[in-house]
Design a protein around this ligand. Structure first.
Ligand code: GLN
Length: 253
């Protein structure tokens, strides 16, 4: 099948070109491609059909137990690289709500001397994250824990990173089908106002710097939550659509 033919078959998708190229890269038979298109048509994300997707410089296994890595989340990787430009830095990174592990693993790939711990409340997500670490050649430690009740002996960290669930509970049913039916609810639901996990992180983050992904328009409220806990805003970064996607806070411990 040619690129143009496939693109036409995918014309129902907003990102037909990207998806056509992606499918062709998989070297599949035409009959398999037709099966994929049928599943795409009913709203299943391509990454979940194929079982993996590219994020930053890595390739990540995804399934129904992990949030599908978003290109917008690469903004957090860029933000860390800008604040810590020395790639030889032996950064100690704690990732709260690691999911597929895409953020932590990508950073460990960028900083060869760094060490990382990924925390998640889902054992099934941690199994995927562990596979992704091996697949991408890095070796973080993964810990099953509620981020509000971190083990006391976790150690010291230079930075905390997190893309926590941040959708207000009531808005979940209004999300696109490819999100609400295929991403795990527990990776999306940020409680009544969507900010529950930012409150926990502002209170508990065991590091002097945090990098957070936030939802569209949440910057003012998240800043307030952190300032109340004596953090100061150290930076903000917009995603590809110009939305403020990452906030960075600093604290003198
Ligand atoms: N970016 C996701 C979405 O809007 C939400 C992910 C999250 O809650 N961290 O679909």
């Amino acid at each position: 099948m040619t690129f143009e033919e496939l693109k036409k078959l995918l014309s129902f998708s907003e990102s037909a070109s990207v998806e056509a190229r992606w499918i062709l890269d998989e070297n599949l038979s035409d009959s398999d491609i037709y099966k994929i298109i049928e599943r795409r048509k009913i709203g299943e994300p391509l990454s979940k059909i194929l079982g993996h997707r590219g994020f930053w410089r890595g390739d990540f296994i995804v399934d129904e137990n992990v949030l599908d890595p978003r290109a917008d989340s690469e903004t957090l990787i860029q933000a860390v690289l800008e604040k810590f430009p020395n790639k030889n830095h032996s950064l100690r990174i704690l990732d709260l709500g690691t999911g597929s592990g895409c953020l932590l693993i990508s950073l460990l790939m960028e900083y060869p001397n760094a060490t990382g711990v990924g925390v998640d409340i889902s054992q099934k997500a941690l199994e995927i994250a562990q596979k992704n670490a091996i697949k991408n050649g890095v070796a973080p430690k993964f810990i099953l824990s509620d981020m509000a009740k971190l083990p006391k002996d976790l150690g010291a960290f230079d930075i905390v990173i997190s893309n926590p669930p941040y959708i207000p509970t009531k808005e979940i049913e209004t999300l696109d089908k490819n999100v609400k039916d295929y991403d795990p609810l527990m990776a999306l639901d940020g409680g009544e106002d969507g900010l529950k996990f930012y409150r926990i992180i502002a209170e508990k983050a065991p590091a002097p710097v945090v990098f957070l992904e936030i939802g569209k328009g949440q910057e003012k409220e998240v800043q307030k939550i952190f300032e109340e806990k004596k953090w100061r805003l150290w930076g903000a970064k917009r995603d590809f659509s110009g939305i403020i996607r990452v906030l960075i806070f600093k604290k003198d411990l």
